[in-house]
Design a protein around this ligand. Structure first.
Ligand SMILES: Nc1ncnc2c1ncn2[C@@H]1O[C@H](COP(=O)(O)OP(=O)(O)OP(=O)(O)O)[C@@H](O)[C@H]1O
Length: 268
């Protein structure tokens, strides 16, 4: 799929950072970072542990404030309550709600968009919501999971339902925070293929954070590496190099390519 900095009819890009600085406490996640995520791009988001991949997504969502500069989403400043963004937070390690698949998705329709409201009960979703729930279940190929309890599903099946939640309301930008965490290589490939199919079908931009870029090779258009307050966006071959990653990791990094895979080896 081709990507361009602007969407149809000159539409503003999905995400644009203009000298954006993001701090959490004393920690600088981004320092005067500028970049543009093109319309329809599939972008792999990588970086060392704690570099700020999650914080960057939260800044795009408007949950984490921008200290200086600007982050805009489809031409408007990042801020809460944006229904053009779908967000799939990290789920691994969180308690599994005692709901079936359909109720889990319905809860997101009526709750805080990314969590369960405290007064929500299964079966309370309104009739006109049914079509939207069916639509997202169908998009992720999970209609057969609708009546199954979440705590009886595999990690990969739960990821599908989380993805379905993120697609509620027809977002034009998907932020997926480590959807491959805890999945085996086969399931990881299935999730990547599913996201790619949805991206192509809907023409939406995707930011997909991961600790291993290999499952995204051949699928992502660009990689966004974050580290030490900096961010580098570009084609894999331009960003995943010894000098660029050494600067972002703050230590000597060797990038080894072989057998169609890339290994990032750090000193120590
Ligand atoms: N609410 C918070 N309060 C204080 N510090 C925070 C908070 N959220 C994140 N941080 C810190 O900000 C830094 C970036 O965290 P973040 O989770 O964004 O990184 P990450 O790249 O997603 O990490 P990982 O790869 O380990 O998931 C870390 O040092 C983290 O401890």
């Amino acid at each position: 799929m081709t990507v361009s900095a602007e969407g149809p009819a000159g539409e503003a890009p999905p995400v644009r950072l203009d000298r954006a600085t993001v701090r959490i406490g004393a920690r600088t996640i981004l320092s005067e970072a500028s970049l543009t995520i093109p319309a329809g791009a599939f972008v792999g988001v990588l970086g060392p542990n704690g570099a700020g991949k999650t914080s960057l997504m939260r800044a795009i969502l408007g949950i984490v404030p921008v200290t200086a500069g600007r982050i805009s989403v489809f031409g408007r400043p990042a801020g809460r309550g944006r229904h053009d963004i779908g967000y799939m937070p990290q789920f691994h390690g969180r308690p599994v709600p005692r709901l079936d698949g359909r109720s889990f998705i319905a809860a997101a329709l009526h709750g805080e968009r990314w969590g369960l409201p405290c007064d929500w009960r299964p079966g309370r979703h309104r009739r006109h919501d049914a079509a939207e729930i069916d639509r997202v279940l169908d998009l992720v190929g999970a209609a057969h999971l609708a009546r199954r309890p979440l705590d009886q599903l595999s990690g990969g099946e739960r990821q599908r339902l989380l993805l379905a939640q993120a697609l509620l309301g027809r977002p034009r930008l998907l932020l997926l925070d480590e959807p491959l965490a805890s999945l085996d290589p086969l399931r990881a490939r299935e999730v990547v293929a599913l996201v790619q199919a949805i991206r192509s079908r809907l023409g939406i931009a995707v930011l997909f954070s991961t600790h291993d870029l290999n499952p995204l090779l051949g699928v992502m258009d660009m990689v966004l590496y974050v580290g030490r307050g900096a961010a580098r966006l570009g084609p894999v071959d331009e960003v995943v190099t010894d000098p660029v990653l050494s600067a972002l990791y703050g230590t000597r990094v060797e990038v080894i390519r072989g057998g169609g895979r890339i290994f990032v080896v750090t000193d120590g």
